[in-house]
Every structure is written in structure tokens, then in C-alpha cells.
Design a protein around this ligand. Structure first.
Ligand SMILES: Cc1cc2nc3c(=O)[nH]c(=O)nc-3n(C[C@H](O)[C@H](O)[C@H](O)COP(=O)(O)OP(=O)(O)OC[C@H]3O[C@@H](n4cnc5c(N)ncnc54)[C@H](O)[C@@H]3O)c2cc1C
Ligand code: SF4
Length: 487
């Protein structure tokens, strides 16, 4: 175990960050590595609580107390093995995961007597699980411990994975390691899904994806980018060429804003904006005509989730004149409510690193119309204040007002996958939310499986990896059965 009573002696301490004034000048990551000695001290806070709830908080079931103990003892090789036993891409989750494990850490359960200044009782705060994960993974790459794990046997079975986000990559790696021939199809020009073209570089530099892709390639996984299944190759052709298909195409249909003025110039879906910046960071030229830039603009971002927060950070780095985030729902409470107890994910007010960097936030604001100037470009939003009453949003009389805006970014979530094209050609059933219907990762068509956002709906990287892994197990079991033929 960690250090007995370590959690009573050592305070939670997070990684330092580059100063805001400096990091807003570039798109590089801004969290600085924690020195080894300090990281080991933080690992020593793991209290060997007997029933580690962090396992359950983590959708991957990461073996957290085990690798905390390895880090404390300086056993980096063992730490990396324990970490990779459940997680294909800990260097990614270590950077971008919201860390539900930390929310369910037993150190978050109760307050304890203050060991510092004796002024009362303190919340000791969870073990810094995510930071420790991040550094075990990065160190494993630095020490060249991330080597290909090629299967010694070949099954002679071929599997197509559609989509190269975290779900597709995890499924592909697991299936390749079972000895199957795996081909990943990706409609974009580069591999990585939202890791590549959604999440900004300041949260996840793309070299982090590339070095892991080298491992997958060396293990025998093939990648075919710029191939849109359903357009460049039909679902039928895929069925004929492969013994099984895993659909990991994400939930890419954005929620729209059905109000007057939506068609005005300067109103864009968040992903149009974010993808362009990720491409610039990758060295691509985004043609001036069609470029969406926040530079010198009064930016309003509708939607307060990860996507909205990434629009804030990107707009600030592009030197926007102002950035305002609007959220329809009321501001969440600062502390857990009684009906949201530990170890549940706390539904509380959160401030992302991008929100810390600047801009304004407002809650309980509903957009009624987008107002334009005489050039047909957005100049303001017409909004009202709303309150939750009896589970319904109610407009507050007399609260209508305008918010100046000349770039409006819609980051209000995603509503599933397009049925036309691949999904229609394959004949898979959809659910009421616009996602592919699955039962234990199998779709309604034998031999066709689905995982990640495409079946789960918009979610998190950690869930995509977890589902990719589980889907791979199901596919492998199905391929081993005598009935294995794609219908
Ligand atoms: C802006 C943004 C920021 C986010 N930030 C975070 C974060 O900080 N932390 C976190 O945990 N989660 C975050 N998320 C959510 C997370 O990125 C997703 O839940 C995760 O990437 C889903 O993985 P996936 O593999 O299911 O799908 P995706 O990552 O969406 O990948 C799907 C891939 O399939 C491809 N594809 C689709 N259809 C086809 C087809 N017919 N043929 C070929 N290719 C196809 C797409 O081009 C795409 O590359 C964020 C999401 C967004 C949009
Ligand atoms: S993947 Fe996320 S939830 Fe799991 S241990 Fe890492 S940070 Fe925690």
C-alpha cells in the first residue's frame, strides 16, 4: 500500500501551469510535469481504503491503488504494466479525462481534522490520480517501454473498424492483439477522431496521438484515411470484404439553434471553428475565404460543456475582443446537493482551465433570436432570462435584452449519427436518440458491432476507450463462434 497515514500528513497538490499571459500566446499544452519526488509523495496519499471506489468511478476500472503503490516505490515499469492492463491510451485520459475516479476517491468522503494550521476540519481532497496516470504514461514513452505487442498467432479473420477516435483505436488495438487483421477506415485526412480534430492542442498536443499510432501500426493495424464509408466504399462492399465490422463513427450531428437569424453570416457550429484551428496547428493552410476567426470579434459561445469551453480557450488565443459563454440551464450549486452524494459524480459548478483564462459566463439565458446588421452579419443576440420551475424553464418577465456579438459559436451538444449513408446501407437499427441501437455492442445486423459515441451518444474519451475494449471482446468471441458471418 501507500504510506500509512500519508493522507493525513501530505496535502493534495496539483501540477503547476504555465502563466495565463504566456499560454494564451500559443496552442501548446500548459500543464507542467510534477517533479518525481513530489509525484511519489502524492501517490503516498493513497490510503489503501480496502474498497477502492475509484475503480468503479473509472469507467475503465483502472487499477489505481496498484499503480499508486508502484509509483511510491519507484517501480515505473510495473506501474506502466498495471496502467496499460486496463487502458490503451492513458497518456490521453491522463490529459483530458474529467477524472470521475477522483470524485469517488474515499479521501473525498469526509472532512478530517486539519493537520496544517489546526484551524479546524478540512476536506483532504482526492489522490491526484489523473496526474499520476499522465506521468506514468509519458514516462513509459520517454523510457521506451511502449513497445509493439504483436500477436504471435494470426486468426485469418478480417475486421473493419469505421472511425479512428478513441473507441475505434481501442477496439482496433485489442482486436489486432487477438491476431485478427484489422483495417481502420477514417473519412478525415488524419487519424484520431475528436482527439485530433475536436480537442484543442492546448489540452492534447497531437504528437501524443502520433506516437501511440506508431505502436498500433507496428502491431499490424492498417489505417485508411480519407475513406468515407457509405460514400467512397459502400456498407455492402465492407460486409463482403470483412468477417466483422465495428462502427465507431462518433456522434457527429450538432444540435442546432432553431431561432430567427440562425442563417446570418458569423453563426457557426463550434466544430467548424475548432477543426480549423486544429488544422492550422498541424501546419495546414485554411483558405482565408471560409476561415472562421475570433480575432478582434465579440464572441458568444452557446453551451457550457467541454466543446463550449474549448471554444473559449481557442477564441482567447485568437485574441478575441470579448468572449461570453451562455448556458441555458441555471448555475449549478457550489457543493453537492443531498440527493447527489459521494461517490456519485458531483453535479456542481465547475471552472475549466479555459474559463480561468478569461471571458464572461452567464447562466439561465435563453436565446430568442440572432440579430443582423445591414450586411447580413450577426451583430447581437436577443435573449431572456429563464428559471427552472417545476422541472420546466420559465421566462422571467421584463428580462429581455441584447448581447453584442459578431461571432456566434453553437456548442450545444450533439444529437447522434447521420442515418443516411453507411448506417442505412448496413441496415442497422437506430434508437430514439439518433444513436446506433446495440445490445452488448452487437447491432441489429449479425457481425456488425458499435461502440463509443456512435452507440452511447456524446460522452467522454474514457467511455469511448472502455467501450472500444469491450466491443473488441464481443467481436473476438463472435469470430471464434462457428456462426461468424456478416449478414
Ligand atoms: C470539442 C470537444 C471537446 C471534447 N473534450 C473532451 C475532453 O476534454 N475530455 C473527454 O473525456 N471528452 C471530451 N470530448 C468528448 C470525446 O472527444 C468523445 O466522447 C470521444 O472522442 C468519442 O470517441 P469515439 O471514438 O466514439 O468518436 P470520435 O472521436 O467522434 O471519432 C469518430 C470518427 O469516426 C469518423 N467517421 C464517422 N463516420 C465515418 C464514416 N462513415 N466513414 C469513415 N469515418 C467515419 C469521424 O470522422 C471521426 O474521426 C470532447 C468532444 C468535443 C466535441
Ligand atoms: S481514465 Fe479517467 S477516470 Fe480512469 S483513472 Fe484515469 S483519470 Fe481517472
Amino acid at each position: 500500500m501507500g504510506k500509512p497515514r500519508g493522507f493525513l500528513e501530505i496535502r493534495r497538490s496539483k501540477a503547476d501551469q504555465r502563466p495565463i499571459g504566456e499560454r494564451l500566446n500559443d496552442f501548446r499544452e500548459f500543464e507542467l510535469p510534477v517533479p518525481d519526488a513530489l509525484l511519489r509523495e502524492q501517490a503516498a496519499r493513497c490510503m489503501d481504503c480496502g474498497i477502492p471506489f475509484c475503480h468503479h468511478g473509472c469507467p475503465l476500472g483502472n487499477l489505481i491503488p496498484d499503480w499508486n503503490d508502484h509509483v511510491l516505490s519507484g517501480r515505473w515499469e510495473e506501474a506502466s504494466i498495471a496502467l496499460h492492463a486496463t487502458n490503451n491510451f492513458p497518456e490521453v485520459t491522463g490529459r483530458v479525462c474529467p477524472a470521475p475516479c477522483e470524485a469517488s476517491c474515499v479521501l473525498n468522503l469526509e472532512t478530517i481534522p486539519d493537520q496544517g494550521d489546526g484551524s479546524g476540519r478540512v476536506q483532504p481532497g482526492a489522490v491526484t490520480i489523473k496526474q499520476i496516470e499522465h506521468q506514468i504514461a509519458d514516462r513509459a514513452f520517454d523510457d521506451e517501454r511502449i513497445r509493439p505487442q504483436r500477436s504471435p498467432v494470426r486468426s485469418g479473420r478480417k475486421v473493419a473498424v469505421v472511425g479512428s477516435g478513441p473507441a475505434g483505436l481501442a477496439a482496433a488495438q485489442q482486436l489486432g492483439r487477438k491476431g485478427h487483421e484489422v483495417v481502420v477506415f477514417e473519412k478525415d485526412d488524419r487519424i484520431g477522431g475528436l482527439l485530433r480534430y475536436g480537442i484543442p492542442d492546448f489540452k492534447l498536443e497531437k504528437e501524443v496521438i502520433d506516437r501511440r499510432l506508431d505502436q498500433l501500426r507496428a502491431e499490424g493495424v492498417s489505417f485508411r484515411s480519407r475513406v468515407h464509408v457509405g460514400v467512397d466504399v459502400t456498407g455492402d462492399a465492407l460486409k463482403k470484404q470483412f468477417d466483422a465490422i465495428v462502427l465507431c463513427g462518433g456522434a457527429i450531428v450538432p444540435r442546432d439553434l432553431p431561432v430567427p437569424g440562425r442563417e446570418l453570416a458569423g453563426v457557426h457550429f463550434a466544430m467548424e471553428f475548432l477543426v480549423q484551428q486544429n488544422k492550422r496547428n498541424a501546419g495546414d493552410i485554411v483558405p482565408e475565404e471560409g476561415a472562421i476567426l475570433a480575432t478582434g470579434r465579440k464572441v458568444v459561445v452557446l453551451g457550457g460543456g467541454d466543446t463550449g469551453s474549448d471554444c473559449v480557450g481557442t477564441s482567447l488565443r485568437q485574441s478575441a475582443e470579448s468572449v461570453t459563454s451562455l448556458e441555458l440551464m441555471p448555475r449549478p450549486p457550489d457543493h453537492r446537493r443531498d440527493d447527489n452524494p459521494w461517490p456519485q459524480w458531483p453535479l456542481i459548478y465547475r471552472t475549466s482551465s479555459s474559463h480561468e483564462e478569461g471571458g464572461q459566463r452567464d447562466f439561465g439565458v435563453m436565446t430568442k433570436a440572432v440579430l443582423g446588421d445591414d450586411q447580413g452579419r450577426v451583430r447581437a443576440l436577443e435573449v431572456v432570462r429563464v428559471e427552472l420551475k417545476g422541472g420546466k424553464l420559465v421566462e422571467l418577465p421584463g428580462s429581455a435584452h441584447e448581447i453584442p456579438c459578431d461571432l456566434l459559436l453553437l456548442a450545444m451538444g450533439f444529437v447522434g449519427s447521420p442515418r443516411a449513408g453507411m448506417l442505412e446501407q448496413l441496415g442497422v437499427e437506430m434508437d430514439a436518440r439518433g444513436n446506433v441501437r446495440t445490445h452488448e455492442f452487437a447491432t441489429s445486423v449479425p457481425g456488425v458491432f458499435a461502440a463509443g459515441d456512435m452507440s452511447r451518444g456524446q460522452s467522454l474519451v474514457v467511455w469511448a476507450i472502455a467501450e472500444g475494449r469491450k466491443a473488441a471482446e464481443r467481436v473476438d468471441a463472435w469470430l471464434s463462434s462457428t456462426a461468424a458471418r456478416v449478414a
